[in-house]
Design a protein around this ligand. Structure first.
Ligand SMILES: *[C@@H]1O[C@H](CO)[C@@H](O)[C@H](O)[C@H]1NC(C)=O
Ligand SMILES: *[C@@H]1O[C@H](CO)[C@@H](O)[C@H](O)[C@H]1NC(C)=O
Ligand SMILES: *[C@@H]1O[C@H](CO)[C@@H](O)[C@H](O)[C@H]1NC(C)=O
Length: 970
C-alpha cells in the first residue's frame, strides 16, 4: 500500500467495491459519501482546505482496525478443517470414554464417544454414525471407560529456547542487550531439535507457551506452540494461530484480518538485578510504556482527525508508528496476553500500579510465590485479575520464592482467582506438568480446578480457548487417553493425539495393575485446612515445629505396620487386608513401639493403659522413616541466596585452595556446615523423611556442580533442633564425594561450574586413590580410606562412558592395593546401559533425579519408561541385581520423596512392589552409604488416612525412640 503522503483527492461519492480487501464493509458505509479514489493523479479540489488523500480508505481502514479486539473471528467455530491438518491423517473415533471436557470450569464429564477428523474435534458424547460412516480410514478405539482429557497446556515453558540436552550453542532464552526488549521474539531462537518435545508429549502435554527468559524486564514476544513435529519441520509451523505480525511489522498488517492474540514476557524482581535495582526496573517499564503511549496517542489523534474528515490537519503526515514500540502499542490496545514473571508483594504492587498508570491488562502472573498472600492487590490489576501460574511444591529456591506454599493454589481458588499450574521447563520437566496439578489437588485444590489448571484455565488465560484446552466441537483434536484418573500420581497417557495425529508408540505396556475401579475415581486427599490457615496467618511462614509427647501414645485404626529386620530390610509387622477386619493398635512409649497388633492383644500386654494421647489413624500406616540423599538439605536455607548457605568451595583444579587449609584438595566436612530447622528439612520431615545425608556438593541447572571434590558428607535427623541434640547427627562423616563429568555446557555469565577436563579429573582420582597424597593431609587420609573401602566413595557421574572408565579404575586400584572399594554412582542417568557391568563390579547406584531427564550431553541416553519404553532405568538396574536407591537434586525435592517412590512402583508395570519401592529411599540408601541406624534407634512415621505411598494419607506423627518422643506434626 502507498504511503500517506501520497495523493490528495477531491470530495465526490466513493466507489467502495474497488477498495478491495483492505477496506472493511462497515467503514465503507460510513465514509462512502465523502471519498473517491480515482487513481494516482493529483486533482484540483473543489474545497482546497479539505483535500482528501488518495489512500484515505487505507488510512481509515487502518484506524478502524486499531479498535478491533484480538481473538478468533466470529465464525471460527464453523471451520471444517484445521489449518494444521496434515492430509492423510486418519479419522479417530474414541468410544466409551469418560470425557473431561473442561467446560463449566472443569465440572463437565460426559460418558460417551469422541470423533476426531480433519484435525478437529467433530463430535463429543453421542457420535452419530452419519458423521463418519462415509469416511475412509476410521480408526476406532475402545477406551473401556478410561479418562480422556484435552491435551495439556503448559503456559510456562522454555522448550526450544533451552533445548535438551543443554548446550552452550543453544542457550537462546535471554538477551544481554538491555532490560526492555519488546521487539525480540522467542520464535527466532526456537530450536526444533529438543528432546523435550517427545518427553512432553509422553506426559500428555500437547501445547506450550514458549517464553523468553526472565533476565529482562520485557524479555520479548512469546508464542503458543504445539509440541508435535510438523511435516515442514520449522519453528513457524509449530505456532498456534501465528499472529499477523509474524512476518510483517505492526502497522503494515492487513487491517482486514481480525487481529490474533499476541503474547509477551515481562519480569520483575531479582532476575533483573543485573540491570539495577527494583527501582530501576520499574522505571525502565514506565519509560518504555511512556514511549509506547506517545505512539498510541499520536495514532489515535491522527485517526480521530482522519475519521472527522479533517484531512488538512494531517496532510503530508505519516501514519504514526514506531517499529520498536509497536508491540507495546498493541499491549496498550489490549491485544497482547502478557505473562509476567513476578514473585513478591512488592513486585505485584509495583506492576499493578503500572497497569493502572498505563491501562493495560496482565494475562498471567508467573511464579507468583506471594500471590496467595495479596489477593486484593491482584484484584486491582487494570483490566481484570490475572490468572496465577505457579509450581506446586518447588519453593524456597530463592528469596522471592521463600514464602511460596503448597497451599497457594487452594487459597487463590478460594479467592476466586484462576489457578494455572506450570513447569518453567527445564526447571521442572515439562513431561511432569500434570504432576503439578496432582500435587495442587493433594494440597487442597478441587479436582475440577486442578485439571482445568493445566488445560482449560491455561488455554483461556492466553486467549487460546477457541482451539485448545477443551474437548468441544470445533476445537483442535489434541486429546489424551489416560490409564487412570489423571489426578492419580503416575497417571500415564495410553495415547496422545495432536491435530488428530497419533503421537505415541503402541507397543509399550502402560497401566498394568490399574484395573481396580478406584483408579478411575478422583483420588481421595487429606484435609489441610489447619495448615492452610496457619500459612495464611503466618504470612507464608508458619512454624513447622510439631508438638512433642514423651509419654504413652496409642495409635488406633492402623492398617499396616512395617519395620526393618536384622538385615535392614523392610518387612511387614502386620497388615489388615480385608475391609471387614478390625484395624490394629500401636502403643508407643517414649517414641518406641512397644506393641503393635489387635486392640485385644495390645491391651493384654499393657495393663496400665493410660495413654497421654490417642490418635486415630483412620486406616493409616506406621512405617520406618524415609531417607534423602543428594541435595544440599541442611546445608542451606535458600538455594539462590549465598548468605543462607555454606559459601563457595575452593577448586583445587585451578589451584586456588588457600595455604592455610594445608590440604591440596581442600577436603572439608559437611557436618561442619550443617544447619538445623531449615524449612526444607522440616518440610521433608513432615513428609516422612526423617534422615538425610548431605554433602557440600550442589548441582544447579545452568550452572553445573559446584566442585569436583566436594568432600565428606554427613547424615542427620531432619527434625532435630540442633547438632548437639541427642540423635541429631546420625553419622558425622558418611562418605567421600567427587563429581566427574564433561564440562558444564553453559558458559559465560551462567557457567560457573569447575572446568577441568574429564581426563584430568580421572587422572587426579587415580593419583589420589593410589596414595599420591600424604596420609597426614585430609586429602590423603580420606582417599586412602575410599581406596580401602572403609568409607563409601560416591561419584556423581552421568555418562555411561565415564562410568566404564571408573569401573576400570576401580579394578586397577583394587588390584594395586588389594582392597575392595565401596563405590557408588550417583545421578547415573546412563547407568542402565551398563547395568550388567555395574552389577558385576558390585557398584551401587543412586538415581538422581529418580525419573530421567536428559539434562546435558552426559545424561542424554535416558531410558524414559512408559509410555515410550517398557523398561525404566530403575527396573533395568534392579533386574540386573544392582543395589539401587533414589535421591533428590534440590533441597525442596526431599519432601516429595514418597511420591518418587510411588511413581517408581507404578511405572515399573508391576515389577517393583511397594516394599521394594520403599527400600529405594530407605534401606537401600542406608546400605549404599553405610548408614546403619540400629534397629532400636530407627524412626517411624505414622500416616493418617492411608498407606505411606498413598495420596489419601498425610504424615500425622514421627516416632523417635532415639529422641525419646512422638512428635505430632499435623
Ligand atoms: C487411507 O489409508 C491408506 C493407507 O494408509 C492411504 O493410502 C489412503 O490415502 C488413506 N485415505 C485417506 C482418505 O486418507
Ligand atoms: C468459573 O469459576 C469462576 C471463578 O470461580 C466464576 O466466576 C465463573 O462464573 C465460573 N464459570 C462457570 C461457567 O461456572
Ligand atoms: C489409517 O487407517 C488405515 C486403515 O484404514 C491403516 O492401515 C493405517 O495404519 C492407519 N494409519 C495410522 C497412522 O493409524
Amino acid at each position: 500500500m502507498g504511503d500517506n503522503k501520497g495523493l490528495w483527492l477531491g470530495t465526490k461519492p466513493a466507489k467502495c467495491g474497488g477498495i478491495g480487501r483492505f477496506l472493511l464493509v462497515g467503514l465503507c458505509a460510513i465514509f462512502a459519501a465523502t471519498t473517491v479514489l480515482t487513481g494516482n493523479v493529483y486533482l484540483a479540489t473543489q474545497a482546497p482546505h479539505q483535500r482528501i488523500p488518495i489512500n484515505a480508505q487505507e488510512i481509515l481502514g487502518k484506524c478502524a482496525a486499531l479498535r478491533q479486539p484480538a481473538g478468533p473471528p466470529a465464525d471460527f467455530g464453523d471451520r471444517e478443517v484445521s489449518d494444521r491438518f496434515e492430509p492423510g491423517t486418519n479419522t479417530t473415533l474414541i468410544r466409551n470414554a469418560r470425557l473431561w471436557t473442561g467446560v463449566n470450569n472443569g465440572t463437565e464429564v460426559i460418558h460417551g464417544d469422541l470423533l476426531l477428523d480433519k484435525g478437529l474435534v467433530k463430535a463429543v458424547g453421542k457420535v452419530p454414525r452419519s458423521l463418519y460412516a462415509f469416511l475412509e480410514n476410521v480408526t476406532v478405539i475402545d477406551a473401556k471407560g478410561a479418562w480422556v482429557t484435552p491435551g495439556l497446556v503448559d503456559l510456562h515453558s522454555h522448550v526450544g529456547l533451552l533445548p535438551l540436552p543443554s548446550m552452550r550453542a543453544t542457550f537462546d532464552v535471554n538477551s544481554p542487550n538491555g532490560p526492555i526488549l519488546p521487539w525480540l521474539r522467542s520464535i527466532d531462537g526456537f530450536n526444533t531439535h529438543d528432546e523435550a518435545f517427545r518427553l512432553g508429549i509422553a506426559g500428555g502435554v500437547t501445547s506450550v507457551q514458549a517464553l523468553p527468559g526472565s533476565g529482562n524486564a520485557i524479555g520479548g514476544q512469546a508464542f503458543m506452540m504445539k509440541l508435535r513435529k510438523t511435516r515442514e519441520r520449522s519453528p513457524s509451523s509449530m505456532i498456534i494461530d501465528p499472529p499477523h505480525t509474524l512476518s510483517t511489522s505492526g502497522a503494515q498488517v492487513d487491517p482486514s484480518l481480525p487481529p490474533r492474540w499476541r503474547h509477551m514476557k515481562q519480569a520483575c524482581g531479582e532476575n533483573i538485578k543485573w540491570y539495577g535495582t527494583r527501582m530501576d526496573s520499574i522505571w525502565a517499564f514506565r519509560q518504555a510504556y511512556n514511549e509506547a503511549r506517545k505512539v498510541k496517542d499520536a495514532q489515535d489523534e491522527f485517526c480521530s482527525k482522519a475519521e472527522q474528515g479533517a484531512w488538512g490537519s494531517i496532510e503530508g503526515k505519516d501514519f504514526p508508528d514506531d517499529y520498536k514500540w509497536e508491540m507495546l502499542v498493541d499491549v496498550l490496545r489490549g491485544r497482547v496476553k502478557i505473562s509476567h514473571h513476578c514473585y513478591e508483594a512488592v513486585d505485584f504492587d509495583d506492576i499493578v500500579r503500572l497497569t493502572n498508570e498505563f491501562q493495560f491488562p496482565i494475562a498471567v502472573f508467573h511464579h507468583a510465590s506471594e500471590a496467595y498472600l495479596v489477593p486484593d492487590v491482584l484484584k486491582r490489576s487494570w483490566g481484570g485479575t490475572p490468572a496465577i501460574a505457579i509450581f506446586a511444591t518447588n519453593h524456597r529456591y530463592k528469596r522471592e520464592s521463600y514464602r511460596g506454599s503448597e497451599f497457594a493454589p487452594r487459597i487463590l481458588a478460594d479467592n476466586d482467582i484462576r489457578v494455572v499450574m506450570k513447569t518453567d521447563h527445564p526447571v521442572i520437566n515439562t513431561r511432569y506438568l500434570l504432576n503439578e496439578a496432582q500435587q495442587a489437588h493433594y494440597y487442597g485444590l478441587p479436582p475440577h480446578l486442578a485439571l482445568a489448571s493445566v488445560t482449560s484455565t491455561a488455554a483461556t488465560a492466553v486467549g487460546m480457548a477457541h482451539r485448545i484446552g477443551f474437548l468441544r466441537v470445533g476445537a483442535d483434536a489434541d486429546v489424551v487417553l489416560w490409564d487412570s484418573h489423571p489426578l492419580h500420581l503416575g497417571a500415564t497417557p495410553v495415547q496422545v493425539w495432536i491435530d488428530g495425529i497419533k503421537q505415541l508408540p503402541e507397543d509399550v505396556q502402560v497401566g498394568t495393575g490399574k484395573d481396580d475401579v478406584a483408579w478411575k475415581e478422583v483420588p481421595r486427599v487429606p484435609d489441610w485446612s489447619k495448615e492452610r490457615n496457619a500459612t495464611w496467618n503466618w504470612d507464608g511462614l508458619p512454624p513447622l515445629k510439631g508438638r512433642n509427647e514423651l509419654g504413652l501414645v496409642v495409635f488406633t485404626n492402623v492398617r499396616t505396620v512395617w519395620t526393618k529386620d536384622n538385615e535392614g530390610e523392610i518387612k511387614e509387622m502386620f497388615a489388615i487386608t480385608g475391609e471387614k477386619e478390625e484395624l490394629g493398635t500401636v502403643i508407643v512409649q517414649s517414641g518406641k513401639i512397644v506393641c503393635a497388633g489387635s486392640v485385644l492383644s495390645c491391651s493384654e500386654n499393657f495393663n496400665s493403659f493410660d495413654p497421654h494421647e490417642v490418635l486415630d489413624l483412620r486406616g493409616g500406616s506406621i512405617v520406618p522413616g524415609l531417607m534423602s540423599y543428594g541435595s544440599p538439605l541442611g546445608i542451606e536455607e535458600i538455594a539462590g541466596e549465598p548468605s543462607t548457605g555454606n559459601g563457595a568451595l575452593y577448586d583445587p583444579f585451578t589451584g586456588n585452595t588457600p595455604k592455610i587449609l594445608g590440604d591440596t584438595a581442600g577436603v572439608t566436612r559437611a557436618v561442619d556446615a550443617l544447619q538445623f530447622r531449615t524449612r526444607n528439612a522440616l518440610l521433608a520431615y513432615r513428609s516422612g523423611v526423617t534422615v538425610a545425608t548431605s554433602s557440600l556438593s550442589k548441582t544447579t541447572l545452568f550452572v553445573g556442580p559446584n566442585s569436583i571434590i566436594p568432600g565428606l558428607s554427613t547424615t542427620f535427623r531432619t527434625g532435630a533442633a540442633h547438632a548437639l541434640e541427642g540423635g541429631a547427627i546420625v553419622k558425622d562423616i558418611t562418605a567421600l564425594h567427587v563429581n566427574i563429568g564433561r564440562p558444564h555446557p553453559i558458559g559465560g555469565r551462567n557457567g560457573r561450574g569447575p572446568g577441568a577436563s574429564v581426563s584430568t579429573e580421572i587422572a587426579a582420582l587415580r593419583r589420589l586413590l593410589l596414595e599420591g597424597e600424604s596420609k597426614d593431609t585430609e586429602t590423603g587420609l580420606w582417599f586412602r580410606r575410599a581406596a580401602e573401602g572403609t568409607i563409601p566413595f560416591v561419584i556423581a557421574v552421568s555418562s555411561a562412558d565415564i562410568m566404564a572408565t571408573l569401573l576400570k579404575l576401580k579394578v586397577d586400584i583394587e588390584e594395586a592395593r588389594g582392597t575392595t572399594m565401596r563405590m557408588v554412582f550417583a545421578h547415573a542417568s546412563e547407568a542402565h546401559l551398563l547395568a550388567e557391568e555395574i552389577a558385576k563390579a558390585r557398584v551401587g547406584v543412586i538415581l538422581i533425579p529418580s525419573r530421567p531427564f536428559p539434562d546435558t550431553w552426559d545424561d542424554r541416553r535416558i531410558l524414559p519408561g512408559p509410555p515410550l519404553t517398557n523398561d525404566t532405568a530403575l527396573v533395568k538396574l534392579i533386574e540386573h541385581g544392582v543395589t539401587v536407591a533414589i535421591g533428590a537434586q534440590d533441597a525442596w525435592q526431599a519432601g516429595n520423596t514418597r511420591w518418587d517412590l510411588t511413581w517408581a512402583a507404578l511405572e515399573s508395570n508391576g515389577r517393583i512392589d511397594e516394599q521394594q519401592a520403599y527400600a529405594l529411599a530407605s534401606t537401600n540408601l542406608e546400605k549404599l552409604l553405610d548408614v546403619r541406624v540400629p534397629r532400636d534407634a530407627a524412626d517411624f512415621v505414622a500416616y493418617a488416612g492411608g498407606g505411606a505411598l498413598s495420596m489419601s494419607s498425610k504424615v500425622a506423627a514421627v516416632l523417635s525412640s532415639e529422641r525419646g518422643m512422638v512428635e505430632f506434626v499435623s
